[in-house]
Write a protein that binds this ligand. Structure first.
Ligand SMILES: [Zn+2]
Length: 372
């Protein structure tokens, strides 16, 4: 059956009205609300003779498939199969005892295409659907290739973009469309796109780690989800440029996350406020330093909302690690030499290659840094 819509990366997309997609969805279609429609198409398929209800065991059918032989069900009359189908809907069969198959031919060269299964029984009394409004309402569930094929047609889909690992789905669905007399959408394939930094992630592993508390949720900044990227400040246009640059190719490609980040830097450069961040601060006296500082917040618009710092206390905060150096430059302020725990201010202009460090003042906001 189609994977149940548990809360996951995709539900967050809907909730955020589009989020990193840059725009909300025009239409949200929930397959589990439309099971009757898929049942109706199965009825059509059976009545028109290109679908049948197979009551062979999975092992028995596997042997027919390997041997390229019809199973005993296949030649049954339409009446027999309509009756069996009604039985599936009415609870006359147990899960595993009957499946609806699409007649594609047991002599198909590709075994996956041979009379592939379209709908099957699920024990939704023992395992209800996670959405309470669906719960145990249906026992007959479409498999993904059937469900998405029918839905693509109902939604008027003209183009499918999918991973090349789903080429067999295209072939299976094309045979189904021929039976219905529909035109199959134009299909394009992606190769595997691997992001260096995210090599080992899978949705099920992420779900487990979220449930165990290792990650705080789908938007944990360490995770490769759209909501996490959004939280990290990635802009929709950066993501769009990233994918446009990769283009649709069947080649397997591997890209570093830094490539997305450089697109994002371009996207936010003029609007991102410049701030100072001091981790693990140490407070040091600053001798002969300026009494105040006016720092640029937006380099493209230096006059806009500058950062004003009062230095009347004669102290600044720097990172403890930086305080191990003997000479450095307080960023955008002044060169300093550190002697016996006191910063001695020197040149206001940068004079040499001493390292530049972030600094701040007593009034700075306490902040938690979340490292991705
Ligand atoms: Zn059979």
């Amino acid at each position: 059956p189609p994977p149940p819509p548990r809360p996951g990366p995709d539900t967050t997309i809907q909730q955020k009205g589009g989020g990193l997609l840059g725009r909300p969805a025009d239409r949200v279609v929930i397959a589990s609300d439309r099971i009757e429609l898929y049942h109706a198409h199965a009825t059509t398929m059976i009545e028109r003779g290109f679908g049948y209800v197979c009551t062979c065991s999975a092992e028995a059918f596997r042997e027919f498939r390997v041997a390229q032989q019809d199973c005993p069900c296949r030649d049954g009359t339409t009446e027999v199969h309509v009756t069996r189908w009604e039985g599936m809907l009415n609870g006359a069969y147990r899960p595993g005892d009957a499946v609806v198959r699409v007649k594609t031919g047991m002599n198909q060269r590709n075994p996956a295409l041979r009379d592939w299964p379209a709908l099957r029984l699920q024990d939704t009394v023992a395992n209800p659907h996670p959405r309470p409004e669906v719960g145990s309402k249906h026992q007959v569930w479409p498999l993904l290739d059937f469900q998405s094929a029918i839905e693509d047609h109902l939604q008027g889909v003209t183009h499918i973009i999918r991973g090349k690992d789903l080429m067999d789905s295209t072939r299976k669905q094309t045979l189904l469309y021929e039976h219905f007399g529909w035109t199959y959408p134009k299909t394009m394939y992606w190769g595997r796109v691997k992001v260096h930094e995210w090599g080992g992630f899978s949705t099920s592993a992420m779900r487990k780690d979220i449930e165990s508390g290792r990650y705080e949720g789908w938007n944990d900044p360490r995770l490769p989800t759209l909501s996490a990227l959004g939280r990290r400040g990635i802009q929709p246009e950066a993501l769009r440029t990233f994918w446009l640059e990769l283009a649709i190719t069947q080649k397997d490609i591997s890209v570093p996350l830094t490539s997305l980040f450089s697109h994002n830097t371009k996207a936010v450069d003029s609007t991102a406020p410049r701030l100072a961040f001091v981790r693990d601060p140490i407070r040091l006296p600053l001798k002969d330093g300026p009494a105040s500082a006016t720092l640029v917040r937006y380099p493209d618009e230096p006059e806009k909302d500058p950062r004003q710092h009062d230095l009347a206390s004669g102290h600044v905060l720097v990172e403890s690690e930086d305080a191990e150096k003997s000479a450095f430059r307080l960023k955008d302020l002044v060169d300093v030499d550190l002697e016996d725990g006191v910063l001695h201010a020197g040149s206001r202009e940068r004079q040499d290659n001493r390292p530049i460090v972030h600094w701040t003042v007593d009034a700075a906001l306490p902040t938690t840094l979340v490292v991705a």
